[in-house]
Design a protein around this ligand. Structure first.
Ligand SMILES: O=C(O)CCC(=O)C(=O)O
Length: 453
């Protein structure tokens, strides 16, 4: 029995001392255990008068030792996890340091966003305005963040206080939502809205701009999830003289002398001014316009997906009020209904004042405002190069392949909707497919055998 006990003790001892990570601690523990074994031996001598008694005693001591060893092991695992977490934190701190913006005013690590997403993202390329990479990306239709841009530097004073004073008495429309999402909807499809049993996800309040500012303060205080977002085409606003001067001072030369000739985009269609409460999100959608999205105040997290991600983002039907919007709710994705959403992968960036993000036409984009500050941004929407297709023989060459596929799908759906009825698209598509292509699958095994021979 003694021999057995010693074998077990020796094995346990060996188990501890053979684990070589965290060596110093383990050596100390081993010495401690050696001492315990030594005192155990002494104790055994003392108890050897009664064989059964000393067996029980030994068994208890072995159990104790086993428990100690297990506890030490758990402790070591916890230590290992701690070390891993610290390493990750160090890496992300180093990344944040590298992300410090060109003006050196803020660390991106200090900006917090509410959303949590499962899909992988790669960072969107960044370059200065004069860097040849910038124009190359615009020409190739690939997203880029233009850092230290002077496109709208005259508007960098358009913070909330300034806008509150300048636009104070303007009568405007304000978007009001009971949650953080503002999914755009087009009321021109009101007739089909009933068929889809659709309700507007947010309401539109008409009032003075001053009311918008008050609303944001009230909602912040109430902290009940309600949010307000102001989105207005700039030409629909009566800009004050100082705002008008700032607008005229934008770097229009860069647009007209450099961007438009190089990209062949059509003319500027609109500038949309967006003044958002903290923590608002514009759900993922695409626009048919080329977009230079300029950040003026606060920060936004922008996630982009190229047009080929169509399948994973499940756009609403074309005649639905949410045309061009994804059906997937990023804050609460339904993977059962939208299983291909698991496979999407995007590009992301955090955009700060003085930075401009190029969102190519038909690229999906999701935009989220920082959690703790209001934001101001202004976009520049240009017609894409192939917009005037009737005047351009080679317009097809100007359309990137992924956009082309998306346009074809849209055209097929539109044609069916307009020839039959928007509510008939699904049935007509089904009819077109029904049993007409099955012979291809039916033939396939035969073909496989031939190939396999
Ligand atoms: O900033 C936002 O919330 C949305 C902007 C947007 O979707 C756009 O400019 O196309």
């Amino acid at each position: 029995m003694k021999a057995l006990a010693f074998v077990v003790i020796f094995a346990l001892f060996h188990l501890i001392s053979s684990d070589s990570e965290d060596v110093r601690r383990l050596v100390e523990e081993r010495d401690l255990l050696r001492e315990q074994v030594k005192s155990l031996r002494d104790e055994i001598k003392l108890h050897s008068s009664s064989r059964d008694e000393s067996c029980d005693y030994l068994q208890n001591r072995i159990d104790d030792l086993q428990r100690t060893v297990k506890a030490k092991r758990d402790e070591k695992d916890t230590l290992k996890i701690g070390i891993e977490t610290a390493k990750k934190e160090m890496t992300s701190l180093a990344k944040c340091k590298a992300d410090k913006d060109s003006t050196g005013k803020y660390h991106k690590s200090q900006i917090r966003f509410q959303g949590k997403y499962h899909f992988p993202v790669k960072p969107i390329k960044r370059a200065k305005m004069e860097d040849p990479e910038t124009l190359k990306s615009l020409q190739e239709g690939l997203p880029i963040v233009i850092t230290g841009s002077n496109l709208t530097s005259s508007a960098l004073r358009w913070n909330i206080e300034f806008l509150g004073k300048e636009l104070k008495n303007q009568f405007v429309r304000i978007f009001v939502s009971s949650n953080r999402q503002f999914r755009y909807h087009n009321m021109k499809f009101e007739t089909t809205a009933a068929y889809y049993e659709w309700q507007p996800p947010f309401r539109i309040h008409e009032g003075l701009f001053q009311e918008f500012i008050e609303m944001t303060n009230d909602f912040k205080k109430a902290d009940n999830g309600s949010r307000a977002y102001f989105q207005y085409l700039i030409n629909e606003l009566n800009l004050t003289e100082s705002m008008d001067d700032d607008f005229n001072e934008f770097n229009w030369n860069w647009i007209h002398d450099t961007v438009l000739p190089a990209t062949k985009w059509g003319q500027l269609k609109h500038n949309l001014l967006l003044v958002g409460m903290n923590d608002v999100s514009t759900p993922v959608h695409f626009d048919g316009m080329e977009n230079l999205f300029s950040m003026i105040y606060g920060h936004k997290r922008c996630i982009l997906f190229d047009p080929s991600q169509y399948k994973g983002l499940y756009p609403f039907p074309i005649h639905h009020p949410h045309d061009r919007q994804s059906q997937v709710d990023f804050d609460n994705p339904n993977f059962e209904m939208f299983p291909r959403f698991r496979e999407v992968h995007g590009y992301d960036t955090i955009l700060g004042p003085g930075e401009v993000l190029y969102i190519p036409s038909h690229w999906w984009h999701y935009i989220e405002s920082e959690r703790d500050s209001m934001t101001v941004s202004l976009n520049f929407w240009f017609y894409p190069a192939w917009h005037e297709k009737d005047d351009q023989e080679n317009w097809k060459d100007l359309v990137p392949d992924a956009v082309d596929q998306l346009l074809v799908k849209q055209e097929v759906e539109t044609l069916i909707a307009e020839s039959f009825h928007p509510t008939k698209v699904k049935d007509v598509l089904k009819e077109i497919l029904d049993k007409r292509f099955d012979f291809i699958e039916a033939k396939r095994p035969e073909k496989d055998t031939v190939d396999g021979e």
